[in-house]
Write a new protein. Structure first.
Length: 122
């Protein structure tokens, strides 16, 4: 079975930089598994239930690693469950480059560009 790098975020790998794709592919074939919408009105037990349901789909792919970033309570619970099973859980790190542009009407526009640096294990 091929090694799999699961992208469990709201950022499809098709939109990643070449550098980020290359770093992920060193670990395994990239498989996108979209991060779920986590309703703000549910309790911790319901979040954990969402995690356990999604975990079954992740485990079926026998991942070499999982990039997991999104709603904090879900992310922490998912990272804990994956780590209990010996599966590395990653976060993408980036450098933020900010520039300010003064428009002709005097207003200021701030633009942030995030450049991928590396994956860091939780």
């Amino acid at each position: 079975m091929d090694k799999v790098f699961i992208n469990h975020t709201n950022h499809p790998s098709a939109k990643w930089s070449v550098e980020q794709k290359n770093a992920a592919e060193k670990i395994g074939k990239i498989v996108d598994m979209p991060f779920p919408e986590v309703p703000p009105n549910i309790d911790t037990a319901a979040v954990h239930e969402m995690v356990l349901n999604q975990l079954q789909d992740i485990l079926k792919l026998n991942p070499a690693a999982v990039l997991c970033q999104g709603e904090f309570n879900y992310t922490v619970a998912m990272a804990e469950e994956l780590k209990k099973r010996g599966i590395p859980v990653m976060a993408a790190t980036s450098e933020r480059v900010v520039s300010e542009i003064t428009e002709s009407d005097g207003s200021t526009k701030r633009v942030s560009v995030f450049n991928f640096v590396r994956f860091r294990e939780y």
